[in-house]
Each structure stands twice: as C-alpha cells, then as structure tokens.
Design a protein around this ligand. Structure first.
Ligand code: ADP
Length: 393
C-alpha cells in the first residue's frame, strides 16, 4: 500500500488528537491504520483523498492507489434520503471544513461506484489543524449501518403489526362495553354502570395508545416524509376544527378559526389558500393532537386556530385559555411519553406521545414547533411550515 509520508503524518496527528499515544517502536502507522476495523479515510483541505485503510477500500470498492488524489466525492458518492447528492449543509466533510469542528451524521447513504449498491452510513468527520489553527486535513470514520437499519426496520414492523392487530379487538371490547352501559340496549344497576364506565375509559385509552404507537412507527419509518404532497392548509384547518367543535362544545368551549385575517364562524367566508408541501394525513394528526390537548387542558373559554403567512413560511397557532405549562415543563413536553405530573393533568386521559408525534411530523415536513405559555392563563402552540407561494382562492 503506498501512503505518502505527508498523509501518514496527518493521520498520526489526527489520531493523537483523539488521545491515542503512538509509540513509534511498537506501532507503525500502517499497522495502526490496518488495525482500525472501521472504514477510515483522510482528506486534505481541498477534499482530496490522502489515504484510506483496508476497511474503507472494502466499503467503497476503490483501491487506495487509485483513490489517492481524487476528490472524495468521486470515491464516496454520498446522497441524502431523497437520493440527492449530499452538498452544502448535507455534506459532513464540507461542514467540518467550514466550521472547523467534528461533524457526525447517520442520515446519508453512499452509492457504491462498482455495483451502484446503496449503503447507509454513520459518518463522523474530524478536522486536523496545523500550528496556525488552519484545517490541514479531515479524518473520517464511515460505518456501514445496513444491518442496524434492517434490525430497526424489523422491530418497527413488529410494533406496527402488533399495534394494528390489537386495535381491532380493543375497538370491539370498547363497542360492547358501550352497549352494555347504554340503558337503551341493556339493563344493569347503577354500580355496574360505574364499573363499565371505568372499563370503557380504559378501553378507549388502550385504543389511543395503539394508534399513537402506530404513528411512532410511521415516524421511524420516515413515512410522513415520503407521503408529502402539495395541498391547501386552509381547507384542512377548517375541516379539522369543524370535526373537533362538537367535542369542544360538549365541554362548554368553542373553537374559532382565523385564516389570514378572515375569521370563520358559521357563515360562508372566502379565505385565502395556503399551499404547503407536507403529508396531509400527518398535518391532520398534528392539528387534531393540538386541538384535542387545548380542549383537554382548558376548563373555560375559546380555542383559537390561527393561520398567518409570510413569504417563505406559514405559521399555524392553536391557542387556549386553559391551565398553561410552566417554563420548566415546556422543556420536556415534546419528549416521548412525557406528561406533566399534576392533579389537573392526571385527571385527563393521555399517552404522553401526542406532542412527540406532532414534533416529528412537523420536522419531517421541514418545519418546527414551539410553545409559549403563562401558567394559569393558557398555552399557545405554534408551528411553522415552509410555504409554496401564497395564492388567492
Ligand atoms: P398527553 O397524551 O398527555 O396529552 P401530549 O404529548 O399531547 O400527551 O402532551 C404532553 C403533556 O403536555 C401533557 O400531558 C400536558 O401536561 C401538556 N400539555 C399539552 N398540551 C397542553 C395544553 N394545551 N395546555 C396545557 N398543557 C398541555
């Protein structure tokens, strides 16, 4: 294997930077490289290949003799999950060079030159500096994560199938309990009524848990990302708010929608269209989750659903006049299974998955979500989606 003295020096400097002490007499650079089981490559500051160990040669199908001196993109054709070339902010090498910092990613795959095989990678790129703190080289470890991804896929498929299968019997149980508890269809005493009511609540909770677990597996399978299409957000907001209104009214609350300044109540009002590129099913789930929470955690008042749009993005806000969320709790509510632990929250059924799912769906659509709240005065959940030019209806 022919390595230039300069490139070996660079590799050694980088390895030392990671805290490995090289002892010249016992460990040659070559054996050090060979001993690293993970694919390792080093580039110069112009992103040209300086060296590759045996594992990197096996991974890429390139011989080090042929690869040295080439732009690394010719050797490792890195692509994003949309099968686009990994450029600018998606290119970990360019980022490590620009920011002079270690950059890691596990969202890219390479398309191997010789057989066009797609190999998902976990990549970590570290810059190496000279005395003047200039980046002189980059050292990267690139791990093939195909097996790990396959295991995750199988686990996901199992949870998804199990949740799906369990939803049907739970819905049946829920239906029969409801029939048994209904004085029109069955005769039971008052005490049995109460027991059945509790059993019904638990069956509903279980059904919701399976539904949420299904949504989590969809997030992990990146389904919400692949289901993106162009649609009008105004229609979806009006439809979802309309469907949720009876639930709000039952609790003595109301839902108002404000779309680009037009307040929509009972009468027909022409509202502006807000085209977005996202998963309609996903965004409907987001709106349902946010409005459902607003209803659950509010005792009196009105829930407002507001769309405002700028040039590059659209913001949707769901605001309520309920119990609100403390600053401390705001940091955690988007985490998996997190529920605020107080008497008022405990009274409400919930899985703690709703906001986790919500955040992930929005991020898969290229947006972000945040919350503002004055405890005791209500909460405002807003999310931003990148827009596709606003058009009038
Ligand atoms: P849950 O199923 O418990 O509602 P979520 O993930 O949807 O789970 O919400 C997490 C927690 O955030 C809830 O348990 C609740 O304490 C708090 N929360 C969410 N929305 C609101 C809201 N509109 N007002 C007050 N608290 C809220």
């Amino acid at each position: 294997m022919a390595y230039s003295t300069e490139s070996l020096k660079t590799a050694k400097a980088s390895v030392q930077k990671f805290g490995v002490q090289l002892d010249r007499n016992r460990l040659s650079e070559r054996s050090l490289l060979a001993a690293i089981a993970e694919p390792m490559i080093s580039l110069d500051a112009n992103l040209k290949v300086l060296l590759m160990n045996q594992a990197a040669q096996n991974l890429s199908g390139w011989d080090v003799g042929d690869a040295v001196g080439l732009d690394y993109r010719q050797v490792f054709n890195l692509q994003t999950s949309d099968d686009q070339k990994a450029v600018d902010n998606a290119d970990p090498f360019a980022l490590a060079l620009a920011h002079k910092a270690t950059v890691s990613t596990n969202n890219l795959h390479m398309v191997r030159t010789k057989d066009k095989l797609k190999i998902p990678l976990d990549i970590s790129v570290a810059p190496s500096f000279n005395q003047a703190s200039e980046v002189v080289a980059l050292v990267a470890i690139m791990r093939d994560i195909s097996k790990q991804q396959e295991l995750e896929r199988q686990r996901n498929e199992f949870v998804s199938t199990a949740s799906h299968e369990m939803r049907t019997p739970v819905a049946t149980i829920e239906g029969y309990i409801a029939m048994a508890a209904n004085p029109k269809t069955a005769t039971i005493d008052e005490r049995a009524q109460k027991y059945l009511q509790k059993a019904h609540e638990s069956a509903v909770h279980l059904g919701k848990l399976f539904q949420d677990l299904l949504s989590v597996t969809k997030i992990e399978d990146k389904d919400y990302k692949s289901e993106r299409v162009l649609f009008n957000l105004s229609d979806l907001v009006l439809k979802t708010a309309g469907e949720m209104r009876p639930l709000a009214n039952k609790k003595g609350l109301d839902i108002n929608t404000h779309i680009g300044g037009a307040t929509v109540g009972g009468g027909k009002v022409v509202v502006p269209a807000y085209p977005v590129y996202a998963s309609p099913e996903g965004i409907e789930e987001v709106l349902t989750n946010l409005i459902d929470n607003a209803i659950k955690y509010t005792q009196t008042g009105i829930i407002e659903v507001i769309i405002t749009g700028g040039e590059g993005s659209i913001t949707i806000t769901v605001a309520d006049s309920g119990m609100g969320i403390s600053k401390q709790e705001q940091k955690h509510i988007f985490e998996k299974f997190y529920r605020v632990n107080n008497d008022l929250t405990r009274e409400q059924p919930g899985t703690g998955l709703g906001l986790f799912i919500t955040r992930n769906i929005i991020e898969a659509s290229g947006g972000r979500i945040w919350v503002e709240s004055d405890p005791g005065k209500g909460a405002r959940f807003s999310f931003m989606l990148p827009t596709v030019k606003k058009v009038a209806n």
